[in-house]
Design a protein around this ligand. Structure first.
Ligand code: XMP
Length: 319
């Protein structure tokens, strides 16, 4: 009789045996997989675990504070909050090509992670939230012909380069099982049910050049959109929802004045696995109310559009 409670005990015993008294580094993104990995490891080995949270300055509103509050303050996990936003945003200055953005962020991420991980004494292992589908995919696709649509951001190759062994306690699980395990470990439902967030963060929701001004506007608009979705009880029906700030200013009128501000696009999709997706059929009332709130509450935006492209032919993210 197989239960998540039994799986948890088994996984903890296995981690203890594998790791012994060595130290483990875990990259924490705030996403479900890395969060469950971190909490499970912490139960197994306590202070032998140190998490590294790389803050690239491309996170959503309050995101860094929430991650630090959850893992350092609530769970008492050793956590390095690597605030490297100046580095990332500096290197991204003037970069508008989507692939160049992704590659720049991926490269810096590895440099930064390596820098902080190198400071952790006696580290012998790197923990990763690899799931069963990731294991299958990397086997069945290896060597086969493939077209790169987007360079994904990961830390592949890093363990060997740093001389670290891998611990992957979720590699037998599917996403829904990871959520169940997270629940079993006491992670709040709001954390477990979170929409996916891409490694390159807001960079790929800001087509064209990234500036701090645009990121600030984007964070505020995104927070209003998500608040609307939650208030209407739609969050759990949607796979992913976010705002993209467009690289164009448009003319508007507010009060008796002319405005010349950014346009933005709302994106919300349903999906099973992110491979295909349909746009979410919001009511016109919902869309109208959301547009009004964003324009009233977010200085810098004077036009709101809704992206009704499915995947394919669109992708979920804008870049
Ligand atoms: P697309 O835009 O390709 O996205 O339809 C499919 C899913 O993948 C997420 N995504 C990423 N996740 N690193 C990630 O960890 C990435 O570089 C990346 N790019 C896209 C996207 O948010 C969606 O859930």
């Amino acid at each position: 009789d197989w239960t998540m409670g039994a799986y948890r005990e088994e996984a903890i015993a296995r981690i203890r045996e594998e790791v012994g008294d060595a130290h483990v580094i875990c990259g924490l993104s705030g996403g479900v997989d890395s969060s469950v990995t971190a909490v499970l490891l912490h139960e197994a080995i306590g202070d032998q675990l140190t998490c590294v949270f790389v803050d690239h300055g491309l996170l959503r509103q309050n995101e860094a504070d929430e991650v630090v509050a959850m893992f350092r303050d609530h769970y008492n996990i050793k956590l390095i909050h690597a605030d490297e936003s100046d580095l990332f945003l500096g290197e991204l200055e003037g970069v508008s090509d989507p692939e160049q953005k992704r590659k720049t962020i991926g490269r810096l991420f590895i440099d930064v992670f390596q820098k902080y991980a190198g400071q952790i004494e006696r580290a012998e292992f790197l923990a990763q939230g690899t799931l069963y589908p990731d294991v299958i995919e990397s086997v069945s696709f290896s060597g086969g012909p493939s077209v790169t649509i987007k360079s994904h951001h990961n830390v592949g190759g890093l363990p060997e380069k740093m001389g670290l062994k891998l611990v992957e306690p979720l590699r037998e699980l599917f996403k829904d099982e990871v959520r169940a395990l997270g629940h079993e470990l006491g992670l709040p439902a709001s954390f477990i049910g979170r929409h996916p967030f891409p490694g390159p963060g807001l960079a790929i929701r800001c087509p064209g050049e990234i500036t701090r001004e645009k990121l600030d506007i984007l964070r505020k608009a995104d927070a209003v959109f998500i608040d609307q979705i939650r208030r209407h009880g739609l969050y759990d029906e949607i796979w992913q929802a976010f705002v993209a700030i467009l690289p164009v200013r448009t003319v508007g009128v507010m009060g008796d004045g002319r405005t010349y501000d950014f346009a933005c696009a709302l994106r919300a999709v349903t999906s099973v696995d992110g491979m295909t997706a349909d746009y979410y059929p919001f009511s016109h009332d919902f869309l109208g109310e959301t547009a009004t709130r964003i324009i009233n509450e977010v200085q810098g935006i004077n036009r709101v559009t809704y992206d009704i492209t499915s995947k394919p032919p669109g992708t979920i993210e804008w870049e």
